[in-house]
Design a protein around this ligand. Structure first.
Ligand code: C5P
Length: 240
């Protein structure tokens, strides 16, 4: 490794927490819904803090929650290097706002959904290691247990992809910074960042994800996450 490369070694993390979470039916934005007494984003930031080599963190939140001294933030430990910025109308716009606020000097950028609040540190570290090993983009994924159908607008099946080749992907998704910035420069909207990077022709690697990286979306997911926290492994890999 050259000295110049060594000097720019660090992980930048964009945590997107600006969604409304309408499917959760809560009266606060989803990332600020409480799980075991603390907002989802607090749990997500705990795993970020446990990840080696993190140099800067940007937390992207709804504009009305920009002030970290506000009541919704109680229970959140912001890392000393963290910046808080306002999100956009969709997830892609929120990631772009986070990327714009992330300083230079990182060799890996991770984008993480606050809603995947129980993602273990080991997943973050697998993704970082795979980017450093040379991949343009890296996503954690798990095998799909259901058979998946592609349907048309009337609900009729148009294809049945072979299940063996399917992966349900999670976050954090990791990239070389210049690759992710170029992907977001195109103004295309996608449900994940890897999709934008793939569209530019880059190769994206899937590494092993974790069932704990589930995205809290519905009240049933929140109840499951509560149960996992009450008796299951913590984001840092231990048991409560
Ligand atoms: O909407 P969905 O549940 O897929 O959101 C995934 C993540 O993206 C969540 O952590 C959510 O807070 C974030 N998001 C965002 N800005 C939006 C929409 C979603 O930061 N406008």
């Amino acid at each position: 490794m050259t000295d110049a490369h060594a000097a720019s070694r660090g992980v930048g993390v964009v945590v997107v927490a600006a969604g409304s979470g309408s499917r959760l039916g809560a009266d606060v934005p989803k990332a600020f819904v409480r799980l075991a007494g603390r907002p989802l984003v607090a749990h997500a930031l705990e795993a970020v803090a446990g990840t080696g080599g993190v140099a800067s963190v940007v937390v992207v939140v709804p504009v009305e929650l920009l002030d970290p001294s506000g009541p919704h933030w109680s229970g959140v430990s912001l890392p000393p290097s963290a910046t808080v910025v306002a999100g956009g109308a969709d997830r892609t716009a929120s990631v772009a706002a986070g990327l714009a606020a992330l300083g230079p000097g990182c060799d890996v950028v991770l984008v993480h959904d606050a809603a995947r609040c129980l993602t273990p540190v080991a997943v973050f570290e697998r993704v970082v290691a795979a980017v450093r090993a040379g991949a343009d983009g890296v996503v954690p994924g798990v095998a799909v247990v259901d058979t998946v159908k592609v349907v048309d607008t009337d609900g009729f099946v148009t294809a049945t992809p072979e299940r063996e080749s399917l992966r349900a992907v999670q976050t954090p998704q990791g990239f070389r910074p210049e690759v992710l910035r170029a992907a977001h420069a195109g103004g295309v909207v996608a449900t994940d960042d890897a999709g934008l990077v793939e569209a530019l022709g880059h190769r994206v690697l899937v590494v092993e994800g974790d069932p704990l990286a589930l995205k809290v979306t519905t009240p049933a997911d929140l109840a499951l996450a509560e149960r996992l926290l009450a008796g299951g492994p913590t984001p840092s890999g231990g048991h409560l």
